[in-house]
Each structure stands twice: as structure tokens, then as C-alpha cells.
Write a protein that binds this ligand. Structure first.
Ligand code: HEC
Length: 144
């Protein structure tokens, strides 16, 4: 009588870790995570020079689409970010974007990341690069 119980218990114990792993796997966000940026996108060179015109355009779009979360000066304390309790990096701190290429920033802005919504095809690539230039310039101002 004891033997079938032992076998059953062993089976159960073996089965549990497996199911626990399976249920974790599909838990993925709708937008890509930072680890999913393709290498060719990350290494894509920025074709737009950070001219005053580019920065002015970037600032305009940033004001419409980004400042609500990332804050007017990039400090990550926009209204929506505060109410949603997002933990955002401070773009005015040079360390925040230092480790990222322009290509990665372009990819994140276009495709979204985690809880950040994608710009998608709403804006032209040039305008996305203008925003990349603009958010980079937010930390330049501080270090100058
Ligand atoms: C609804 C709020 C929201 C809006 C609007 C938003 N973001 Fe974000 N952003 C986030 C969140 C949340 C993250 C962190 C995502 C993660 O890694 O989980 C993020 C991350 C980023 C990052 C990566 C920073 C890092 O340190 O890794 C960049 C760059 C960025 N956002 C730029 C922008 C730009 C440019 C816009 C406007 C086109 C924008 N965001 C609009 C919420 C937002």
C-alpha cells in the first residue's frame, strides 16, 4: 500500500518544478524588452546631425509625445510617470543614456519598451532621429 504512494509523491515532486517553469515563460510584455533590440538596429548609424534645426524639431515632438512621462527637462518626472509610478532614468544625467547607441534609442522610441508605448509609424524616421538627438542634448547642456 505504501509503494504506490511513494511513486505518486515522487512523480508529483518531479512534475512541479517543470510546470512552474512553463507558466513563467509566456509572461512577456507586448512591447520589446531591452534585450530584444537586434544587433543591426543597435549599430544603425544616426543619419541626422544634431543641428539646431534637428534639436528644435526633436524638442517639439518630445513635448507632444514624451514629456508627459519623461518630464520637460528629461528628469523622468512627468505627470503620467508620477501617477503611474514609473521609474524612469534622468536624461539630463549624462550617465543615463551613455551606454546606449543612437540606434538603440531610435529602436526604443519607435517600438516602445516595457510600459513605454511605441511611436510606430506615426512619425517619420527623420523625426525619430531628431528626438534621439534632442534627448542626448538634454545631458550635454548640464555638462557644459
Ligand atoms: C507612458 C509613458 C511614456 C511615454 C509617453 C514615453 N516613455 Fe520612454 N519610457 C517609459 C518607460 C516606462 C520606460 C522604461 C521602459 C523599460 O525599460 O521598462 C521608458 C524608457 C525610455 C528610454 C530608454 C531609457 C533607458 O534608460 O533605458 C528612452 C530613450 C525613452 N523612453 C525615450 C522616450 C521618448 C523619446 C518618448 C517620446 C517619443 C518616450 N520615451 C515616451 C515611459 C514612457
Amino acid at each position: 500500500m505504501l509503494k504506490p504512494c511513494v511513486i505518486l509523491l515522487t512523480l508529483l515532486l518531479c512534475a512541479f518544478p517543470a510546470t512552474a517553469q512553463e507558466s513563467q515563460a509566456p509572461a512577456q510584455a507586448k512591447t520589446p524588452s531591452s534585450s530584444t533590440i537586434p544587433a543591426e538596429a543597435a549599430h544603425q548609424p544616426n543619419p541626422v546631425k544634431p543641428t539646431p534645426e534637428s534639436l528644435a524639431q526633436g524638442k517639439k515632438y518630445y513635448g507632444y509625445d514624451c514629456a508627459m512621462c519623461h518630464g520637460n527637462n528629461g528628469d523622468g518626472k512627468g505627470e503620467v510617470a508620477v501617477s503611474e509610478k514609473f521609474k524612469l532614468g534622468d536624461f539630463s544625467d549624462p550617465a543615463t543614456l551613455k551606454g546606449k547607441t543612437d540606434g538603440e534609442l531610435f529602436y526604443i522610441i519607435k517600438n516602445g519598451q516595457g510600459q513605454m508605448p511605441p511611436e510606430g509609424d506615426r512619425v517619420k524616421p527623420t523625426e525619430l532621429w531628431n528626438m534621439v538627438n534632442y534627448i542626448r542634448s538634454l545631458s550635454n547642456k548640464k555638462s557644459q
